[in-house]
Design a protein around this ligand. Structure first.
Ligand code: PMP
Length: 396
């Protein structure tokens, strides 16, 4: 039976990781894979996470099932982190949290929930977006449509985005990146978020806000500006959250699906459906990652330590953006690439063409995604000059 099954190409980024591993060039630089790197190129476990794990070893009482919605204490902490402790949505008991296997699990829950409970609605994704949005939503049989996000020069095109959003059929779903847009790094300003809110209200759209990088842009509260603005003014929205990046617990698969309803009654109805969706997919979420997060957030000391480490990661990313543009100055390219310091998060749409990306890889062993997306966290004091020189060569 399996004879007729075709082999498909693997994930492009995974292919890139393998090519990088196999490359013998000692000067090779990985700007492809989507994890944070410190100045030594490592993705270390945060000290706050290690300390929480030590605590858990001594205090954890059971490995019994955690339940379809996961740990309620974790859910409460995530709601407060995402919506703000003083959120009126939380005060009115209008938000439900369902712990999920990572942000990807939250997206799949969202997709299955939307297909089963709001049939016939299309989801509008920015173009470009994180490629797995397409994978997850297609797998769930959600109808996908696109709105533009960048212009022909790979620069943020808010006017084109807004114009398209204004033409979306009433009642459709719109996916918005809360911050640190993957892959471009371009985020709406506060004023632009207000304009988005207006269109969402006018077209009666249901926003699905994907929040995978809280704290990686400008700060935990600053990065939540758009999400909280929408939550404060809309009756209904959904949010997919991830702790992979801001806690550095990628492989622990820790995320959350948040549904906001117009009142507690509706919220409980939605919540009951989500338990079924979760059960049908994976029954219960894994518990270790949420236990780490809840342990950190339950301790003022560990929370302070986590905030310090998150600040360090964010500051390094923003610092390296400055250094990249400064490093391009001697090559006469500082103005051309000045936009890199306006972008936020790990990812940067560099505007490099596929040919230029290939040349960087083949001639300099510098690896990034074919779209020209670079993970700037792969840059450090040892390689930045080399990368700047190589960029100047392929651009010039
Ligand atoms: N959304 C976006 C925009 C992402 O970039 C990612 C991770 N690359 C996710 C969701 C999923 O994150 P997780 O690893 O927690 O599944």
């Amino acid at each position: 039976m399996f004879e007729s099954i075709e082999r498909v190409p693997g994930d492009a980024i995974l292919g890139l990781i393998q090519q990088f591993k196999d490359d013998p060039n000692p000067n090779k630089v990985d700007l492809g894979v989507g994890v944070y790197r410190d100045e030594h190129g490592n993705t270390p476990i945060l000290r706050a996470v290690k300390d929480a794990e030590k605590k858990l070893i001594d205090t954890e009482q059971t490995k019994a099932y955690i339940g379809s919605h996961g740990d309620p204490q974790y859910g409460e902490y995530i709601l407060q982190t995402v919506l703000g402790a003083d959120s009126k949505v939380l005060a009115a008991n209008r938000a439900s949290a369902t712990q999920s296997p990572g942000g990807t699990g939250a997206l799949r829950l969202a997709a299955d929930f939307l297909v089963s409970q709001l049939p016939g609605k299309a989801i509008w994704l920015p173009n470009p977006t994180w490629p797995n949005h397409l994978g997850v939503f297609e797998a769930a049989r959600l109808e996908i449509k696109r709105y533009p996000y960048v212009d022909d020069n790979d620069q943020f095109d808010f006017d084109a985005m807004l114009k398209k959003l204004k033409s979306i059929p009433k009642g459709d779903i719109v996916l918005l990146h809360a911050c640190c847009h993957n892959p471009t790094g371009f985020d709406p300003s506060q004023d632009q978020w207000h304009q988005i809110l207006e269109v969402v209200q006018d077209r009666e759209l249901l926003p699905l806000v994907d929040f995978a990088y809280q704290g990686f842009g400008d700060g935990l509260d600053e990065d939540a500006y758009g999400v909280r603005l929408l939550a404060d003014h809309l009756d209904e929205m959904v949010i997919t959250q991830s702790c992979s990046k801001n806690f550095g617990i990628y492989r622990e698969r820790t995320g959350c699906f948040i549904a906001i309803a117009k009142d507690e009654e509706d919220m409980q109805d939605v919540r009951s459906q989500l338990a079924t969706t979760a059960r049908e997919n994976y029954s219960n979420p894994p518990a270790h990652g949420s236990a780490i997060v809840a342990t950190i957030m339950g301790s003022a000391e560990l929370t302070a330590a986590w905030h310090r480490e998150l600040d360090e990661m964010r500051d390094r990313i923003n610092d390296v953006r400055q250094k990249l543009v400064e490093g391009l100055k001697p090559h006469g390219l500082a103005d051309k690439f000045a936009f890199i310091t306006d972008q936020r998060g790990m990812f940067s749409y560099t505007g490099l063409t596929e040919d230029q990306v290939n040349k960087l890889r083949d001639e300099y062993s510098i690896y990034m995604v074919a779209s020209g997306r670079a993970n700037v966290a792969g840059l450090n004091d040892d390689n930045i000059e080399y990368v700047c020189k190589a960029i100047a060569d392929v651009v010039g």
